[in-house]
Design a protein around this ligand. Structure first.
Ligand SMILES: *Cc1c(COP(=O)(O)O)cnc(C)c1O
Length: 378
């Protein structure tokens, strides 16, 4: 099956009790057992829930993987991955990581003796030289947030020894544009809060893997730590996924046109968008992604937070908000919003300047979006 068909059908069957075509929301904590040890595969909803199970099967299928598991948020999914490691193990990660990922690594897991090395992964030589005999996990995000840096997934997969796990945060690309398992990743993570849900109405996370041993360990952690999503949230994501390809095509189309507009605007300085031929690693993006996504960052010639705040205040259609990947367009200021927890000098070093503005391009009419930006960039 092609992904456009899998998005709608993979792992989803009419409800066996009623024939309902949409997966019911099994709002139940427990399941009546026929006798001790005899049940229908469900005992307690932290361990298994039919609505969640349908979503987990669907997510695995659309990432070309065998096993899927859902969590209460994207960060809860990352939390489960790091809990596979032991005291003293090392993780190599990218230096312009999603702010929340940086925070859980440095303020939670460093306390438990996991060591994190942040390197510029756009050059895979930096990854190679950071590997030690204690390295147990390489954690990639591509495109990165908010600099849209592109990291060569198969390049990094090939340079590691196979005892080092490779995990990819695939939130920005979504399974429609990029499938890291096919490029050698062991674990793929999603904040399904974003493009998978697609309607800014749910916080939820997911992991998929093709490796049975990894899956067993992750199911054990999912059940033991208990950060599972409720069935209503799983239902919303199941519904969102059915239109991922249609939405994503429009996100990409609109983003391309908005980049053209930004290039012609005299207030705008640098534009970060993987579809630009001048973008670092554009050729890798072209190879590993089907299209370039709906996220754009840019900074202003007047490189101050005040200048950026003025733009944010003057948009009408673009709503000022954190998050991304919904049908409606959002505008944000990483330095004071999503990346406020990263120290200024670290932030500036990775390109997140004081005036950097991030756009999540929605699926509205693109001319209306351009007019809105044009009015704000005065
Ligand atoms: C939002 C996001 C996360 C965290 O996901 P939550 O669902 O908010 O916990 C992780 N990585 C990336 C790239 C994100 O955009």
């Amino acid at each position: 099956m092609k992904i456009e068909t899998k998005l709608l059908h993979a792992g989803i069957e009419p409800d066996s009790a009623t024939g309902a075509i949409m997966t019911p929301i099994y709002q139940t904590s427990t399941y009546v057992q026929e006798e001790v040890g005899k049940n229908k595969g469900y005992e307690y909803s932290r361990s298994q829930n039919p609505t969640r199970h349908a979503l987990e099967k669907n997510l695995a299928a659309i990432e070309n993987a065998k096993f899927g598991m859902c969590f209460g948020s994207g960060l809860a999914a990352i939390d489960a991955v790091i809990k596979m490691l032991n005291f003293g193990d090392e993780v190599i990660s990218t230096n312009d990581l999603y702010g929340g990922s940086y925070r859980i690594f440095t303020t939670i897991f460093e306390k438990y003796g996991i060591v994190f090395k942040f390197v510029d992964m756009t050059n895979i030589e930096n990854v190679k030289s950071a590997i030690s005999d204690k390295t147990k996990l390489i954690w990639i995000e591509t495109p990165t947030n908010p600099m849209m840096s592109i990291i060569d997934i198969s390049g990094i997969s090939e340079l590691r020894n196979k005892n080092i796990l490779l995990g990819v945060d695939n939130t920005f690309a979504s399974p429609y544009l990029q499938n890291p398992i096919d490029l050698g990743a062991d674990i793929v993570m999603h904040s399904a809060t974003k493009y998978l849900g697609g309607h800014s109405d749910v916080v939820i996370g997911a992991l998929v893997t093709n490796d049975e041993m990894i899956a067993k360990e992750l199911y054990r952690i999912q059940n033991s730590s208990g950060a599972v999503p409720g069935p209503q949230d799983c239902f919303l994501v199941l519904r969102g996924i059915k239109t991922l390809h249609v939405r994503m095509d429009r996100h990409c189309y609109n983003a391309k046109k908005i980049v053209n507009f930004l290039q012609s605007n005299n207030k705008v300085d640098k534009i970060y968008y993987p579809g630009l031929e001048s973008h670092l690693n554009h050729n890798i993006a072209k190879r590993q992604m089907k299209n370039f996504g709906g996220m754009i960052s840019f900074n202003l010639k007047e490189d101050t937070a005040d200048a950026a705040h003025k733009v944010l205040k003057n948009t009408n259609l673009f709503s000022l908000a954190e998050s991304l990947g919904g049908v409606e367009s959002l505008i944000g200021h990483p330095a004071t919003m999503t990346h406020a927890s990263i120290p200024r000098e670290v932030r500036i070093k990775s390109g997140i300047t004081d005036s950097l503005i991030r756009l999540s391009i929605g699926i509205e009419d693109v001319d209306d979006l351009i007019e809105d930006l044009s009015n704000a960039l005065i």
